[in-house]
Design a protein around this ligand. Structure first.
Ligand code: PSU
Ligand code: MN
Length: 306
């Protein structure tokens, strides 16, 4: 069986891959569940442009009518953004069911990595990853994104993780799973809305060429699994840590009071934080995605030279 039985690679993406040119994958849960309409669609289209401006071809990933898609049309992006949480959020465990049923799905970091790897795309840019939730000692709520980073050969460029998660435990988990965590221009884990969580990470890399070399070496060594690149939000868009941490604490208290669980937790917290900060957090969120897309594209360009 050829994977094309299930996977549609957009012609432009296919051509770039065939020619050994640089391609950057993008996720779709960030469009449907991570941001409100119409900013989500606007951001999804702009982020593709940022990737082009930096010399690579974008491939936004989703599931449409049961087809795995690497590269979406404008209409498909518009549809996912407008439908929002009405589209199924698809992580690893959901993927085969949604395909078998011929349904639509927005792909999380985990599922975007799976489909990117099937298509032969090595780098993926997003905002924040899922991780170990606060209170996971009781709830066992650990995002499938972390397991995926342990096994699937795709480099994920993010702005760290939101403090809706237990960041120290998220780093411990990644260490156990053997996932290299790299700070781009920093030795401290960025906390999404702010440039640092104060938590040390082992490796700092300062150029796209050096990042590409690390990806290349890992591949040549035949080591399975991803690499997590954490790229701090640009200074001018970073938020006041007091403001954002208070909003996050309130959001978590409300989620607990309402008994929010499972796959609803992350989207609930994202929406609540945005509501409490009156949209400021959304602006920061959008800007850091552009910043990650630019870095992923530059790294993909360097990687294509190797
Ligand atoms: N964190 C964010 N923004 C997001 C997500 C996480 O700051 O949009 C989305 C991503 O798609 C991520 C998913 O893969 O939530 C994680 O969900 P869960 O915690 O249910 O695994
Ligand atoms: Mn979860």
């Amino acid at each position: 069986m050829s994977i094309e039985k299930y996977l549609d690679i957009a012609p432009e993406v296919k051509e770039a891959l065939k020619a050994g040119k640089s391609v950057v994958a993008l996720e779709s849960t960030i469009i449907s569940h991570g941001m409100p309409y119409p900013q989500n669609v606007e951001t999804a289209l702009n982020v593709e442009k940022v990737i082009r401006d930096n010399g690579a071809i974008p491939a936004t990933i989703a599931i449409i009518g049961g087809r795995l898609k690497a590269g979406l049309s404008r209409d498909e992006i518009e549809y996912l953004g407008k439908t929002g949480v009405g589209v199924t959020k698809v992580s690893r465990r959901d993927l085969p069911v949604i395909v078998a049923k011929g349904m639509d799905g927005a792909t999380t970091v985990a599922t975007t990595m799976i489909i990117a790897a099937m298509a032969g795309i090595k780098i993926f840019a997003t905002g924040g990853i899922g991780g170990v939730h606060r209170g996971a000692q009781q709830t066992f709520d650990i995002s499938a994104d972390l397991e995926e980073l342990a096994m699937t050969n795709v480099t994920v460029v993010c702005a760290g993780a939101k403090a809706i998660l237990d960041l120290p435990l998220t780093l411990e988990y990644l260490e156990t799973k053997g996932v290299p965590v790299i700070g781009y221009g920093t030795k401290e884990l960025p906390a999404f809305y702010t440039r640092t969580s104060g938590l040390p990470i082992d490796y700092e890399i300062d150029t796209p060429a050096e990042l590409a070399k690390t990806i290349f070496v890992k591949h040549e060594l035949g080591m399975q699994g991803g690499i997590l690149v954490t790229n701090p939000i640009p200074e001018q868009y970073s938020m006041d840590p007091k403001v954002i941490n208070k909003a996050i604490d309130e959001a978590i208290a409300e989620a607990n009071a309402k008994g929010i669980k499972g796959k609803e937790t992350t989207p609930f917290l994202l929406a609540k934080v945005k509501e409490i900060t009156g949209g400021d957090s959304l602006d920061s969120n959008i800007q850091l995605v552009y910043n990650n897309a630019a870095l992923a594209a530059k790294t993909a360009v360097e990687l294509s030279k190797m």
